[in-house]
Every structure is written in structure tokens, then in C-alpha cells.
Design a protein around this ligand. Structure first.
Ligand SMILES: Cc1cc2nc3c(=O)[nH]c(=O)nc-3n(C[C@H](O)[C@H](O)[C@H](O)COP(=O)(O)OP(=O)(O)OC[C@H]3O[C@@H](n4cnc5c(N)ncnc54)[C@H](O)[C@@H]3O)c2cc1C
Length: 460
């Protein structure tokens, strides 16, 4: 591919930064990833990625994109670290709108392993490329620009706590996550900050790992409960390496799960399925409780800015981060990396404008899926135009029909997995199945059954 410059810098070596660096490695002589943390010797959680202690799964689209960047990545995570590849529509139990979607085989192949394992394998593969290197314990403090202020020429950084130094580059990509300082750094160069759209959800994920025993969950790989009325409580239990389950749960707007055995179990018993509760009730805990406060979904609208310096981009969660209940963050970053590659193929002219415009289109889909779903909660603040109300009504109906119809369920999951656009749910063939499914009496029986299961005494 065409060489676009000598040196590119990526700020942050988490999933987003690693994927951005892979895209850049085709176009720059050297790519340097600057990471504030030291990389853990084993694949264990680290300070800069606190969400690493909570349930993570790699959806089908993310798994496929990473595989294209790093052939055999998925198989390596399985063979070397004990991850699991599974059919997202058949091996995972999905409960949304208080109903359970029918399982059925699909071509949605996802990858399960703890977040540090997913990242560790990606990092080792990236750093195996001859032109990519990483600097650990390197905290970026600001940007450096040319005399006109129109082009970023590098970053100011502290390495190993030493005095600030300048690192020059032809392109700098900020992948430093939700807490990104880009708005401040750009203001220091005289640029306006982007609008920061926020939707306050106040979710606290409480997580703990448990021993996974043969036969648990009838061999399925996980359960995902996306909260709905009346409790609005989310719950996720996913299989991980070393025969473990990770269980994460929490409600909206301060409805937090307790961090003690009794309270945690009682909280899980209020989910619209007892499957997570029952495994936790008889399971052997393998660690402590961990808490993560996910205050709001947020989206920085760089694509709307009239002025932006050349040679600078913002990437991944630093650009857009949404309620992770559908597990789409790493997949969105993978899609952005593919798109960054496509933008770079057309050269660096007007790169920021082209990149932010295309990245906004990528972010639109998971943002609308997550935020649209969150806005069903009456206390979550945000505009609810008639179209959103219609879509939520339609998705409710789709869920009801998908209790029995695995084709509908897998079509919905293809959208969640970012394999198909949301508009595909409105195709006549799908709309017909939704309509017919809602006429069938079996649906109401199945729907009643899950309600009954909810009210039953917890089994031990
Ligand atoms: C509770 C929870 C569960 C989630 N579950 C899923 C899931 O199941 N599936 C999924 O796909 N996604 C999930 N996500 C989202 C996913 O974690 C992120 O989308 C993904 O990590 C991409 O983020 P990122 O790399 O852009 O930023 P981050 O992961 O936040 O990483 C930022 C990196 O930048 C470094 N850094 C920060 N500032 C500086 C600086 N000044 N200098 C140098 N380095 C710096 C940090 O140390 C860190 O390494 C979840 C998120 C949360 C909160």
C-alpha cells in the first residue's frame, strides 16, 4: 500500500488503540502506541481499563474484522488461552423485553474470553508486526502543533515519570477511551470543543467470577438479559477461559446490586430468568466483587466541527461510548479501524473530515440500538420522537414473535452483532413474521410462562 508518512502515534493501547494501530501499520513506516499503563505480564486486568473486570464478549462482526486483520486470532485465543468460539444465536440465551428469544443455528460466530485475554492476544499480534512498537508507562499530556496551529506535529508525553518530552509524528490518533482529553488539548491549540451528547443511565455493573462446571446452563455459553420494565435490571453471565463464568448485573439510575453474597443473589432473583441466579447460588466464587459505574452513554460530535487541525484523529470510546449491555464497543472500534484503513487508502488530504463523517455513520447504529433501548426507561432523560416510539413498539412485537421463531431471533441478533443494518428488521419478509408471530396464541402462552418462572421461588 502507499506510504503516507514516516511515523504515526496512537494514544492508548486498549482494544481501540491496538486496532487503530493495525490499520495505520499499512501506511506509516513506524507506528508507536503510547500507553499510560505497564502491560501486565499475564493477561490480567489493568488500571487503565477498569471495565476489564466485567463481562465482555466479542460479537460476530468484531471477531470477523479482527480475524481479517490478524488471521487465526480467534483460534489462538481458544487454543492458547481457553476462550470459546460459539454461535451467538444458538449458544447464548438472549432475554430482552422480558422474553427469551428462540435459539437456533446461525452464521454468527462470536468469541468469549475475559477482556484482558482478548486484549493480550491482540497486543502480542500487533507488536509482532515489524513496524509497530509500544511505549509503556507513557502518559500523553497534550498536543504539539506547527507555527500556524493548523497541523498537529506530535504529542507531549511523560515516560516513566520523567520530565515531559515531545514525540513527533505525521499523524496522531487519540484512542484514550471515554476519559479522553482531546477536547482540552484542542482548546489549548485554539479549537472549539465538540458537542458532547450524553444520555444519563446511571448503571453500576457489579461483577464476580464463578467456577463453571460441566453441564452448567446445559452447555450454553452465556445469558444476556437486557433490562425492561418493571425492574429494568440487566444481567450478563458469560463463559470464560479456565472454566469460569463472569457474572455482571446492575440496574438503571442508582439501582445497584449489592456486593455481598446474599444481596447479589437476591438481586439476580429479580431478573426475568433464574438461570444466572441458580448458577451463582450453587457456584464457587473465584474472586471478589468488582464495581464499575457507567454514568452515561456519550458521543463527541467531532464530525460537526467546522475547524479541526490536520494530522489528528479521535477513535473508539473517545469518540463514542454507549451502554455496553449489547456488547458492541469493541466491534464498533474494529469497524472504525477497517474504515480508517479505507480512508487512508484515499490519502491524508482532508482525512479528519472524511474519517469523522464515516465514523459517525458507524457509531450511529450501536448508539441508536443502545440509547433507543435505554430511552424506554421512563426516567432516562432524552428526546423520544414518534419514530423512536414506533421502533420500540415494533421491537417489542419482534421479541414476542421471536420467542418461537428462531429466524426472527437470529435476524435481530445479526443487527445487534452489527452484521446487518437495523433497516433489515423492517423488510417485508421479517415484518410479516413479526405480524404472524403476534397472532399466534402460543406466543402469549410462552410469554406467560416466563412471567411465571420469574415469580417462582429461587431454586438452590
Ligand atoms: C462494563 C463494560 C462492559 C463492556 N462489555 C463489552 C462487551 O461485552 N463487548 C464489547 O465489544 N465491548 C464492551 N465494552 C466496551 C469496550 O470495553 C470498549 O468499547 C473498548 O475497550 C474500546 O475502548 P477504547 O480502546 O477506545 O478505550 P479504553 O478501553 O477505555 O482504553 C483507553 C486506553 O488508553 C489509555 N490511556 C488513557 N489516557 C491516556 C494517556 N493520556 N496517555 C496514554 N494512554 C492513555 C488507557 O490506559 C487505556 O489503555 C464494555 C464496556 C464496559 C464499561
Amino acid at each position: 500500500m502507499k506510504l503516507l508518512g514516516e511515523h504515526a502515534i496512537v494514544i492508548g493501547a486498549s482494544m481501540g488503540g491496538l486496532l487503530a494501530a493495525r490499520a495505520l501499520s499499512d501506511f506509516y513506516t513506524t507506528v508507536t502506541v503510547l500507553e499510560r499503563d505497564a502491560f501486565p505480564a499475564a493477561d490480567t486486568p489493568r488500571k487503565g481499563v477498569p471495565q476489564g473486570r466485567h463481562a465482555h464478549g466479542l460479537l460476530a462482526r468484531g471477531s470477523a474484522v479482527i480475524e481479517a486483520f490478524f488471521p487465526e486470532y480467534n483460534a489462538e485465543v481458544v487454543a492458547q488461552s481457553g476462550g470459546l468460539i460459539g454461535d451467538v444465536a444458538n449458544d447464548v440465551i438472549w432475554i430482552g423485553r422480558n422474553v427469551r428469544l428462540a435459539n437456533g443455528s446461525s452464521d454468527l460466530s462470536g468469541l468469549l474470553a475475559s477482556r484482558p485475554v482478548l486484549e493480550g492476544h491482540l497486543r502480542r499480534r500487533l507488536l509482532g508486526l515489524p513496524n509497530v512498537r509500544a511505549v509503556e508507562n507513557c502518559s500523553v499530556r497534550g498536543l504539539v502543533a506547527d507555527a500556524t496551529g493548523k497541523h498537529v506535529t506530535g504529542v507531549r508525553a511523560c515516560i516513566e515519570g520523567k520530565p515531559e518530552t515531545t514525540i513527533n509524528a505525521d499523524l496522531v490518533v487519540d484512542a484514550s477511551g471515554r476519559g479522553s482529553s482531546s477536547a482540552t488539548w484542542l482548546a489549548q491549540l485554539g479549537y472549539r470543543p465538540p458537542a458532547n451528547e450524553k444520555v444519563h443511565v446511571g448503571i453500576c455493573y457489579m461483577s464476580r467470577t464463578y467456577r463453571r462446571r460441566p453441564g452448567d446452563l446445559d452447555g450454553k455459553h452465556g445469558v444476556v438479559v437486557a433490562g425492561s420494565a418493571p425492574t429494568w435490571r440487566n444481567g450478563i453471565m458469560l463463559a470464560q477461559e479456565n472454566d469460569r463464568w463472569i457474572v455482571s448485573t446492575g440496574g438503571f439510575l442508582g439501582d445497584d446490586a449489592p456486593d455481598n453474597d446474599e444481596g447479589f443473589l437476591a438481586f439476580l432473583a429479580t431478573l426475568p430468568t433464574m438461570e444466572i441466579h441458580d448458577i451463582v447460588a450453587r457456584g464457587e466464587p473465584l474472586g471478589e466483587f468488582h464495581r464499575y459505574h457507567y454514568v452515561d452513554s456519550q458521543r463527541r460530535r467531532y464530525e460537526q466541527l467546522a475547524r479541526f487541525p490536520g494530522n489528528y484523529l479521535v477513535f473508539g470510546d473517545a469518540l463514542c461510548s454507549f451502554n455496553p449491555i449489547y456488547g458492541q464497543g469493541m466491534t464498533a472500534a474494529a469497524q472504525e479501524a477497517l474504515m480508517l484503513q479505507a480512508c487512508l487508502r484515499a490519502g491524508t488530504k482532508d482525512l479528519a473530515r472524511r474519517f469523522f463523517k464515516a465514523a459517525a455513520k458507524i457509531a450511529d447504529i450501536p448508539w441508536h440500538i443502545a440509547v433507543g433501548s435505554d430511552l424506554r426507561h421512563p426516567q432516562v432523560k432524552g428526546a423520544r420522537p414518534p419514530m423512536l416510539r414506533f421502533i420500540n413498539w415494533y421491537i417489542d412485537k419482534l421479541h414476542l414473535a421471536a420467542i418461537e421463531d428462531s429466524t426472527l431471533a437470529s435476524t435481530f441478533l445479526k443487527v445487534v452483532n452489527l452484521m446487518m443494518p437495523p433497516s433489515s428488521l423492517l423488510r417485508p419478509a421479517i415484518a410479516r413474521r413479526v405480524f404472524l408471530g403476534n397472532l399466534m396464541p402460543a406466543i402469549s402462552i410462552a410469554s406467560a410462562a416466563i412471567e411465571t418462572a420469574k415469580q417462582e421461588e429461587p431454586s438452590s
